[in-house]
Write a new protein. Structure first.
Length: 294
């Protein structure tokens, strides 16, 4: 996914609203505290908060946010921490400016690669296209426009507000989100069920990695590891993962049914949980694709 990289290209940036010159100055103390709370959550939860707030405006870009932006941000975070194995990675919440530069570089490279043409310029995700700029200019943008709370770091929420500044800004995000109330118990149950799947995936992948390494050894130990690796998909770890997937699927189905599906593609049908419902459904779909029983 991340290694399909090509030379960078230049594109004009989406016209910036005149009233978004400085995000932070528009936030009162209560709003800033709320913003900081959301920004302290894992990347995925920040993305869900943004989608919940702006679903009518950006629902067509949700796939880009999930498949490209989220994955590239996690990859940049792993790069900064020297982690190459997914089962050793705990999802982060923000990037320092140097790694944020790296994030944007990788994002631009990804969408410019012809093998990722679905997500490139001129298509359905035009609104999500990053802009290539010099490191000096990018750092200035990060400092003056992206870093809402001036902590010298960039999270998913800040990236999304900046990318979709034609329809969003921090003050409006806080106004919309603070009025939504607490996370509904059914949505929380589905989210936690998916987090449990993540734990089972990590255990499964850790064991697979261990067996792959041992299978390279000579003699009986290597042969034994090869045999166990061949049977991993029918092992107790695989069964535990499958049960967690079934439980998560049921929890997501309950949440979707509770809130009338994912019809929030217009202001008339919009509810402030549409982003969460879409994200959990898409996350479950991806987990089933990768780890569900074939």
């Amino acid at each position: 996914f991340f290694f399909f990289l090509t030379e960078l290209s230049k594109r004009p940036h989406t016209q910036m609203n005149s009233n978004t010159r400085s995000f932070t100055e528009k936030l009162d103390a209560e709003s800033l505290a709320y913003f900081n709370d959301v920004a302290s959550r894992p990347f995925s939860q920040q993305a869900v908060a943004f989608l919940n707030a702006y679903w009518p405006e950006v629902h067509t870009q949700a796939e880009f946010i999930f498949t490209v932006a989220w994955e590239v941000m996690k990859y940049a975070d792993m790069h900064s921490k020297g982690i190459s194995l997914r089962h050793l990675y705990e999802e982060g919440k923000d990037l320092d400016f140097d790694i944020a530069l790296y994030f944007y570089e990788q994002l631009c490279k990804y969408v410019d690669d012809s093998r990722n043409s679905r997500f490139g310029a001129g298509g359905e995700f035009q609104m999500s296209q990053p802009v290539m700029m010099t490191a000096i200019k990018r750092k200035q943008e990060l400092r003056e426009k992206v870093d809402v709370n001036f902590d010298g770091r960039v999270g998913m929420l800040e990236y999304l507000l900046y990318q979709y500044e034609s329809v969003a800004n921090p003050a409006d995000f806080c106004k919309r989100s603070m009025g939504q109330g607490d996370e509904h118990p059914d949505i929380r149950a589905a989210r936690l069920a998916l987090e449990e799947v993540n734990k089972k995936i990590k255990a499964y992948e850790a064991e697979r990695y261990r067996l792959e390494q041992e299978s390279k050894l000579p003699g009986v130990k290597g042969l034994g590891a090869k045999n166990m690796l061949a049977q991993l998909d029918s092992s107790p770890l695989a069964e535990q993962l499958n049960r967690a997937l079934i439980t998560a699927e049921a929890a997501v189905r309950i949440a979707v049914r509770k809130f009338g599906g994912q019809s929030g593609s217009s202001n008339e049908s919009y509810t402030p949980t549409d982003g969460a419902l879409w994200w959990m459904s898409r996350d479950l779909e991806e987990k089933k694709r990768l780890y569900g029983k074939k």
